[in-house]
Write a protein that binds this ligand. Structure first.
Ligand code: DAH
Length: 340
C-alpha cells in the first residue's frame, strides 16, 4: 500500500500539462470516482488496524496534493486564456453603459420647484402621516365636510385622529405655525385618498402646494404668479383663466385653467372641445386659517394654491392613463428626458 502511495505521489508531482484538456484528463485519471486516489481509498478498508493511522494520513496528504496540483494547473490555463485576449484592439470605443432616466413625475416636480425658486419661493416638506388638525381642522374644514368621510380619507384605525394626508395644504399649517411672515414657500409631496384606481384617479398621487404670506398680498399677486408659472411650464403663448370656486381654507377661492397646450385653445379631444384645461385650485388664505396658525389677520394676508403633479405631467407629456406613472414599466419611463 505504502509503495503504491509513493508511486502515485511521484506521478502527480512529475505531471505537467500542455493544455487545459490535458489537465482535465489527468484530474479524471487521478481524482474521479474511478480514479487512482479513489481506488486507494477503497483499498484502505483492508489495511490492518495498526497501520490505519499512518496510511490514512498519507492517503489524505496524497489526495490534497493531487487536488492542489489540479487547481494550480486549471488556474494557469484560465489566466492564459485571459492574457491571450490582450491582443485585442484597445483603441476601440468602450461599450456604452446604459444610464437610467428620471421618473417623469420627478422631472415635473423638479421643474415646478425650479420655476418657483426663481421668484423667491423656498421648498418645504411636511409629514405624510398627519393629524386631524393639520389636515382638516386648522384648514377650516368643518367636522361634517365630505372630505373627512371614511370614503375619501385613509384613517389609521388605532387612532382616528391620525390620517394619511389628503392634501399638501397640511404643510401650510406647519409652516405658518412655525414661521414669522413673510412666508414664500412651495411644498411638494405625496398625498393619499381612498379612491378606486382608474385611468383618472389613484389612491396615491402628488401635489405641490404654494403659500405666500406678507403684508398687503393681493389677488393680483396670485394671478400674476400663476400666469408666470403657466408660461414657464407650458410655453410663452399660454393663457390663464380663473373661475370662482370654493375651498374651506381660502376666501375668495378659484380654480385655474390654462389654454389647452395641444390645440392652443381651438378645442380638441384633450380639452373636450373647451379650449381650456383645469390645472389647479387657489385663493386668498382665509383669515380664520391665519388666526388658527397664530398669524395676525389684521396685519397679514396671503394667497395659496395647490396643483396635482400627475395632472401637469399628463398634460405636458400627453399621458392618458394615470396608472402608468406607478407601474414603473421601463419602456414607459425611459421616454422622458429633461434638462433638469
Ligand atoms: N388642497 C386642494 C386639493 O387638494 C388644492 C388647493 C386648492 C390648495 C386651493 C390650495 C388652495 O392651497 O388655495 O384639492
Amino acid at each position: 500500500m505504502k509503495e503504491r502511495i509513493d508511486e502515485l505521489l511521484k506521478e502527480i508531482e512529475a505531471f505537467t500539462a500542455s493544455t487545459k484538456e490535458h489537465a482535465e484528463e489527468f484530474r479524471i485519471k487521478i481524482l474521479s470516482k474511478k480514479g487512482k486516489v479513489t481506488a486507494l481509498f477503497e483499498d484502505f478498508k483492508t489495511v490492518t488496524p495498526e497501520l490505519r493511522k499512518e496510511i490514512g494520513q498519507q492517503l489524505n496528504e496524497l489526495k490534497n496534493k493531487a487536488q492542489d496540483k489540479i487547481n494550480h494547473l486549471k488556474e494557469k490555463f484560465e489566466n492564459s486564456d485571459e492574457s491571450s485576449n490582450q491582443n485585442s484592439d484597445i483603441t476601440l470605443p468602450a461599450e456604452s453603459i446604459p444610464v437610467g432616466s428620471r421618473h417623469p413625475l420627478s422631472l415635473v416636480r423638479n421643474q415646478i420647484v425650479d420655476i418657483f425658486s426663481r421668484i423667491g419661493f423656498t421648498v418645504s416638506e411636511g409629514p405624510e402621516i398627519e393629524d386631524d388638525w393639520h389636515n382638516f381642522t386648522a384648514l377650516n374644514t368643518p367636522a361634517d365636510h365630505p372630505a373627512r368621510d371614511m370614503q375619501d380619507t385613509f384613517y389609521i384605525s388605532e387612532n382616528p385622529d391620525t390620517v394619511l394626508r389628503t392634501q399638501t395644504s397640511s404643510v401650510q399649517v406647519h409652516i405658518m405655525e412655525g414661521t414669522e411672515p413673510p412666508i414664500r414657500t412651495i411644498s411638494p409631496g405625496r398625498v393619499y385618498r381612498n379612491e378606486a384606481i382608474s385611468a383618472r384617479a389613484h389612491c396615491q398621487f402628488h401635489q405641490v402646494e404654494g403659500l405666500y404670506i406678507d403684508k398687503k398680498v393681493s389677488f393680483a399677486d396670485l394671478k400674476q404668479t400663476l400666469l408666470y408659472f403657466s408660461k414657464e411650464m407650458f410655453g410663452e403663448e399660454t393663457k390663464i383663466r380663473l373661475r370662482p370656486s370654493f375651498f374651506p381654507f381660502t376666501e375668495i377661492s378659484a380654480e385655474m385653467d390654462i389654454s389647452c397646450p395641444f390645440c392652443k385653445g381651438k378645442g380638441c379631444n384633450i380639452c373636450k372641445g373647451a379650449g381650456w384645461v383645469e390645472i389647479l385650485g387657489c385663493g386668498m388664505v382665509d383669515p380664520a386659517v391665519l388666526e388658527n396658525c397664530k398669524i395676525d389677520s389684521t396685519q397679514y394676508s396671503g394667497f395659496a394654491f395647490g396643483m396635482g403633479v400627475e395632472r401637469i405631467a399628463m398634460l405636458k407629456y400627453q399621458v392618458k392613463d394615470l396608472r402608468l406613472f406607478f407601474e414603473n414599466d421601463i419602456r414607459f419611463l425611459k421616454q422622458f428626458k429633461s434638462v433638469i
